[in-house]
Design a protein around this ligand. Structure first.
Ligand code: CP
Ligand code: NVA
Length: 301
C-alpha cells in the first residue's frame, strides 16, 4: 500500500520521481480544455473519495479536476456530514470506505486521524493538510520553484511568519530536496521542536532574507488556531510582513510564494503578491499537476 502522508516519510528518490512526473503531466496537456481527458489515464475506472473536515478551495477543486482528467471519478465528502463526525471510529470508516473507493484524500485536524485512516484503509491515503503538515502544497511549491529557477538543491529559502503546518512540510522538504531553509518569526510562534535541525533561525527578518532565492509566508492564523489568538498573533507577526522593503533584501530575482488563501496586507502586501517576484498563482495551478503525479504514484507503486 503506497500512501502519501508526509514528505519526510517518502524517500527523496520517490519525491523526485513525483516532481518529474508532475512536470511531464503538465507539459502533456498544455492547451487542452480543463475537462479534456489526459492522454494517459492512470485513474481510469478509479473512484476517489475526497474528505474535508476543514474548508478548502484549492485542494478540493484541484483534486477533483485532477482525478477527472486522469479518467477517474470523485466524491467530495464533508466530515461533518459523515458518521465520522458523529462518533463512528476512524478505523471503521477506513475499512468501509476501502470497500467502495480506490483512493482516499483527507484534510483533517489531528495528524493521528490521518495515520489511523492510513493504517486501517486497504487503499492509498493522501494527506490533504493536517494541523501539522501540508505535503501536497510543498510538492507543488518545489515544482513551481524549479520551473522558474531550476534545481532547488543548494538554494536558500526563507520563511517569514508563523511556524505552522505549511512551514513544517517545507522543513521536511529542505532535508529531502537538500535546500537551505531559514525561519524568521517571533519565538512564541516557533516551529514545533520535532523539526529542529531541519532549518536555521534568524529573528531579524531583513538579515534572514539576505541572499534568499525564495521568500515564503502564510496566513498568521491557521484554520486550527483559535480565533481568540488573532489579535495577539497579529501583534507578534506584524514585523514579519513580506513587503517590498523586506523583499529588497533578498536576491533581485528571488521568488515570492504563498500557499493561499492570503489575508492581503497582513502577512504580505498586495504590492508583493501582485509584483514581478510573485508566483502565487503558478503555485496554485501546480497543485493540480503535482497532485495528479502523487495520485499516479500512489496507485501505480
Ligand atoms: N493552499 C491550500 O491548501 O488552499 P485551500 O485551503 O483552499 O485548499
Ligand atoms: N496554514 C494554513 C494553510 C491553509 C492552506 C491553515 O492550516 O489554515
Amino acid at each position: 500500500m503506497t500512501h502519501f502522508l508526509d514528505i519526510h516519510t517518502t524517500p527523496p528518490s520517490e519525491l523526485r520521481r513525483i516532481i518529474e512526473t508532475g512536470r511531464a503531466i503538465k507539459e502533456a496537456r498544455k492547451g487542452k480544455p480543463k475537462a479534456a481527458l489526459d492522454q494517459k489515464l492512470p485513474l481510469k475506472d478509479h473512484m476517489v473519495a475526497l474528505i474535508f473536515e476543514k474548508p478548502s478551495t484549492r485542494t478540493r477543486v484541484s483534486f477533483d479536476v485532477g482525478v477527472r482528467q486522469m479518467g477517474g471519478q470523485t466524491m467530495v465528502l464533508s466530515g461533518t456530514d459523515m458518521q465520522l463526525g458523529h462518533g463512528e471510529t476512524i478505523a471503521d470508516t477506513a475499512r468501509v470506505l476501502s470497500r467502495y473507493v480506490d483512493l482516499i484524500m483527507m484534510r483533517t485536524f489531528e495528524e493521528d486521524t490521518l495515520t489511523e485512516m492510513a493504517e486501517y484503509a486497504t487503499v492509498p491515503v493522501i494527506n490533504g493538510l493536517t494541523n501539522r503538515t501540508h505535503p501536497c502544497q510543498i510538492m507543488a511549491d518545489i515544482l513551481t520553484f524549479e520551473e522558474h529557477r531550476g534545481p532547488i538543491k543548494g538554494r536558500k529559502v526563507v520563511w517569514s511568519g508563523d511556524g505552522n503546518n505549511v512551514f513544517a512540510s517545507f522543513a521536511h522538504a529542505a532535508k529531502q530536496f537538500e535546500f537551505d531553509l531559514v525561519f524568521t518569526g517571533p519565538e512564541p510562534l516557533d516551529p514545533e521542536p520535532a523539526l529542529e535541525g531541519l532549518y536555521a533561525i534568524e529573528r531579524n527578518p531583513q538579515a534572514a532574507v539576505d541572499g534568499a532565492d525564495l521568500v515564503v509566508t502564510d496566513t498568521w492564523v491557521s484554520m486550527h488556531d483559535p480565533q481568540s489568538a488573532r489579535e495577539r498573533r497579529h501583534n507578534q507577526l506584524r514585523g514579519y510582513q513580506v513587503n517590498a522593503e523586506l523583499l529588497a533584501h533578498a536576491k533581485p530575482d528571488a521568488l515570492f510564494m504563498h500557499c493561499l488563501p492570503a489575508h492581503r496586507d497582513d502577512e504580505a502586501t498586495s504590492e508583493v503578491m501582485d509584483g514581478p517576484n510573485s508566483v502565487i498563482f503558478d503555485e496554485a495551478e501546480n497543485r493540480l499537476h503535482a497532485q495528479k503525479a502523487i495520485m499516479k504514484w500512489c496507485v501505480e507503486s
